[in-house]
Ligand binder design. Structure first.
Ligand code: 5AD
Ligand code: SF4
Length: 442
């Protein structure tokens, strides 16, 4: 028997890319694919795929420097095929082919169901490039997910693309217009995952709460989809990300209070606290409307842990605007938050505007991160003494230790030789470290 070919995928960027990488590996695997098995070593691979992200600066440069490092490997192994996938591929595919002759294959985020044909083309010695936004739905064309065992948590993309056109963001250009998958396909995929041992599913979308996929009686909302998933036996936890404040509908807020499987964690980016900047960002909500929204969410689910994204140094942001961001962070008290220095993205409206002095932007980023870290640590420390539920995901570094996530997405270490991966245990938190909690089984 000949050895199966080996595929090494390196994933950059968001969780949607993590999901796409899994599906790409499945598309190239076993029957109907090209017979690849995955490897975690690039030097062992017959094909290397970089699944790239274009959201912030230097992404493309990182891809080129990573590609350059494969030169030696390719010289040793002329049959090695090198591909670039994801949003940099979408935005700069032809340029990549021109600039880096090592690259055999380029595939965008909307056409990777065609990977088997592209791989065959690359194997025959031709360059293969596909950055279409095809008519057909790639998820319909991909094979049903395999039945092999896997870890207890999984991502499931339910919606892709975005029609919001925030002035700083490339997503509407690289991922395209907002499209929701039909509910029955999502439910089938979820059941397949649960059969493989999955107990927690995170529903993904660039604008996941704008979900409006076809259901049995017309379009469904994200809340209706969550209630349909709630009925799947063996699925114990549901999460979703990333949401837009304008799409937090009443039924979704209510689900946070009423659906036991829906975890008390919500990633709800606001980006900035100044209404002037929000308007220039084309966000179509204000700081005040965002704060009132969080009040309503907390009324439905008082213990919900809030998470967010921020951009500092957006064009024309003044110190006063930035203060408004700090004020908003103080008021919300985020359990997690991600902050970024504004990075001009070619082709987006904000890229043309006057930029904030980079040193000033760096300074603001540091001040914001210090505030976020303070709240994050405090909220983590407040967990000590509380009882949480932990889904065990993998053994810890110490003997007899297990690591999992609480309902609030905190990493929790538990010393328990009996603990099994995939088990959900009641745990009392006894200690809080910089990046994780320690607990004891109750
Ligand atoms: N510059 C900096 N941060 C950005 N984000 C998106 N586009 C940019 C940009 N051009 C951030 C936003 C978004 C997160 C995924 O990345 O905060 O919510
Ligand atoms: Fe980008 Fe999110 Fe704005 Fe859409 S809503 S344009 S994905 S930041």
């Amino acid at each position: 028997m000949t050895e199966p070919k080996k595929l090494f995928i390196k994933t950059y960027g968001c969780q949607m890319n993590v999901y796409d990488s899994e599906r790409m590996a499945e598309a190239l695997a076993g029957s109907g694919g090209q017979g690849y098995v995955t490897t975690d070593r690039a030097d062992d691979a017959d094909m290397i795929l970089l699944n790239t992200c274009h959201i912030r600066e230097k992404a493309a440069e990182k891809v080129y420097s990573e590609l350059g490092r494969f030169k030696g490997l390719k010289a040793e192994k002329p049959d090695l095929k090198i591909g670039v996938a994801g949003c940099v591929a979408q935005a700069e595919g032809e340029e990549i082919m021109r600039r880096q002759p090592l690259v055999d294959l380029v595939v965008g985020p909307q056409s990777y169901h065609r990977l088997p044909e592209l791989e065959a083309k690359a194997r025959s010695g031709e360059k293969a490039l596909d950055t279409d936004f095809p008519e057909e739905d790639k998820f319909e064309k991909l094979k049903r997910r395999p039945k092999s065992a896997r870890g207890p948590t999984a991502f499931l993309t339910v919606q892709e693309g975005c029609d919001k056109f925030c002035a700083f963001c490339v997503v509407p250009y690289t991922r395209g217009a907002e499209v929701s998958r039909p509910a029955d396909r999502i439910l089938t995929e979820a059941r397949d995952l649960v059969e493989r041992g999955v107990r927690e599913i995170t529903l993904l979308g660039q604008n996941v709460n704008a979900y409006h996929g076809a259901g049995p009686d017309g379009d469904m909302t994200l809340a209706q989809l969550i209630w349909a998933l709630d009925k799947i036996d063996g699925l114990e936890r549901i999460r979703f990300t990333t949401s837009h404040p304008n799409d937090m509908t009443d039924d979704l807020i209510a689900a946070h209070g009423e659906c036991d499987k829906l975890m008390p964690y919500l990633h709800l980016p606001v980006q900035a606290g100044s209404d002037r900047i929000l308007k220039r960002m084309n966000r179509s909500h204000t700081a005040e409307s965002y704060l009132r929204l969080i009040e309503r969410i907390r009324a439905a689910r008082p213990d919900i842990l809030m998470s967010g994204d921020f951009i500092v140094g957006f064009p024309e942001e003044t110190e006063e605007d930035f203060q408004a961001t700090l004020d908003l962070v103080e008021e919300v008290r985020y359990g997690y938050a991600y902050s970024f220095k504004y990075s001009p993205r070619p082709g987006t409206p904000a890229a043309e505007r006057a930029h904030v002095d980079p040193a000033e932007a760096d300074d603001r980023l540091q001040r914001l991160q210090a505030l976020i870290t303070r709240d994050q640590r405090a909220i983590q420390n407040e967990m000590v003494g509380r009882e949480v539920s932990v889904l065990f995901e993998k053994p810890g570094r110490l003997d007899g230790q297990m690591v999992g996530k609480s309902e609030y997405l905190h990493a929790v270490h538990v010393q328990d030789a009996q603990a099994r991966i995939g088990e959900i245990a009641k745990v009392r938190i006894v200690d809080s470290g910089p990046n994780s909690l320690a607990g004891e089984r109750v």
